[in-house]
Ligand binder design. Sequence first.
Ligand code: DGJ
Length: 742
Amino acid sequence: MPIELLDDGRFHLFTNSTSYVLEPTAYGAVRHLYWGARLNPGTLVQALTESIPHSIGTPDEANVAFHALTLECPFYGSTDYREPMFAVQLANGTTAMDLHYSGYRIIHGKVPLLGLPSLRAEPDDDTETLQINLDDRRSGLRITLQYSVLGNYDVMTRSVLWNNSGSEDIRLTRALSAVLDFDESNFRIMHLSGAWARERGQSWHDLSTPGRLVMESRRGTSSHQEQPALFVVRPDTTLHHGDAYVFHLVYSGSFLGFAQVDEYRRLRIGLGIHPTGFEWGLAPGDSFQSPEVVLRYSPHGLHGISQGLHRVYRERLIQPAWRDRVRPIAINTWEASYFHVDAKSVLELGRQAADLGIELVVIDDGWFARRDNDRSSLGDWVVNPAKFPHGLEPIMDGLKSWGLQVGLWIEPEMVSPDSELYRMHRDWCLYAPGREAPLGRHQLLLDLGQKPVQDWIIETVTDLVARYRLDYLKWDWNRPMAEGGSAGTSAGRQGEVGHRYVLGLYRILETLTRQFPDLLVEGCAGGGGRFDPGMLAFTPQIWPSDNTDAVDRLAIQGNTAWLYPPSSISAHVSAVPNHQTGREVPLTYRNRVAASGVLGYELDLTQLSQAEKELTRQHVQWYKSHRDLILAGEYVPLIVDDASDQAAWMFWNANEGRGIIYWFCRDNKPNQLSQRLVISDLPIHATYEITDQDSGEHFMAHGSELRYRGIPLLRFFGQYKSRVWTIAATSPHGRGLHTMGS
Ligand code: DGJ
């Protein structure tokens, strides 16, 4: 069992490769003692209590210098002066607390979080949850720190529950999900930051001086600008070697993540709901639950991190119905017709798609009410009679009769001021009473914290799905939150609006996905503005960016895959010149980039030449016969570096010892030394047959040669050149993966 209580009151949380040691103390501090490579329990007795400044000495109840300690649950109003995990204001306006450890519980499995998505445990899993209770006797506030260890996945989670068991109101003014102190800072931080159409670039930081690094979203969504994740690695950690840690927040609203180096050069990491603008009232008896943070350590570098997250997200976060389900190849109307989509264009596109082997037609924005541009009609989810004079039913029936699945775009959390919905229910919008709400893309947000609004969205979407027998729904969200208030919320609860919005969204998605387990909902937010684990729990695939340029997509998709499995990353082949960058990239290259995730198309197929159609048909066929590997295999990054002139990855079926290797030249430079593609992580005690998918040429190579020397690339280099090889072990020794199980 992965949680043990040691003789001296410390808890050892462990998996095959990790140990995490913490100690609740009588004086209210929960000390963080260790997180890293697995320790033998025999060594835990003495090794872990040394990291206290000489000037302070051992703390006890009479000498409590919290700032001297490495902590799990630091709070404002104690003698810890670093960034706190939480803060409260009591009924008399003060912020001080005297926390006392009041007991623990170890539970088999996981405890569901109130109103929030989280990793699941199944009955036979090697999963346990530790709950540690801390009480402030005077106010009656109880804090329950919750740690789950998912032994089969080498992953841990943390969350916190605050409960007011006293008789007076308490206000939570900060409620992060986890704070953790390392007793050194010999690390680098990586986070994924960007902007619209260039989401998730790698940002690297040294931690050589005291201070604070903040990454955050204050936009009411997880955002294009930052991903709610922090990677902590050693200075010499590489793609496949060295210590790597990740903290990933399962949440879709504003968040704060920080890395703080203190005066002793220790590192504090914190992650949770953004405290700016946040407050939560706890009346007597009330509770507040923080979102879950997923934690993983790997001695196998960044790939060790992604490998474990992919497995646990696929198997214990994504809805079970979609876990292993084939994702249909879509044709989406957006870049083909934009707002001018109509019956004729959809049917022509559908007919062509069916002929090429494409499986799903998605009617994107523009199909409803008076939606000819982005200035009107959000909220009026009735078909546009000018574009679809006989309604959508005959269109959907026609597409289905050609063997196609059907899907629709919707942006149900929004309303245009120029809409019937707005005229009827202005009070359903987010706005501060007496002020104009700021527009974004000419639209307003609905106040999802209000139950009637949630129920209306559930009814509207239910009706659309049932009426048009939808197989798929694209759930979009095209502007950040900036309203600073809700007319439907009392004065004392305005600080709750942002989080209540997210809870409302989760309730809607939970209800709909329970009602329609076979419906594939694709998440989207103006591209990748809400690509987070909270959404992934309901939307098994997510549109990562409005940038469909194949060269830019190498970094966007490659970096998204540090956290998320390729089966969740939607990728479409679009027209050239590309609509976002003007780049002209060959169709083969565009096909292959899109075939590195959930393949789809987003261009006017009827405009392709005969040769392009033939290439597309062949590629769709090829993808269908290899997508089991791409979507369910192990993803192995080979070159994923924003500064590199190349990108490469492998999809690997460890049980069968076969895979696919993709290589892309991103930016050809003249007169360079010839290079090789090293196939990291391949089991070395086998010979492999490697087949070039362009020429059909094949060759044999030993695992050691591939892993330590690589495939020579000299003949393949060139601007926008790409290569795909299949690889198959010729003996059972080639099964598995070097880093498997860690
Ligand atoms: C933003 C999405 O990312 C696009 O794919 C498209 O659906 C537009 N919205 C439609 O308005």
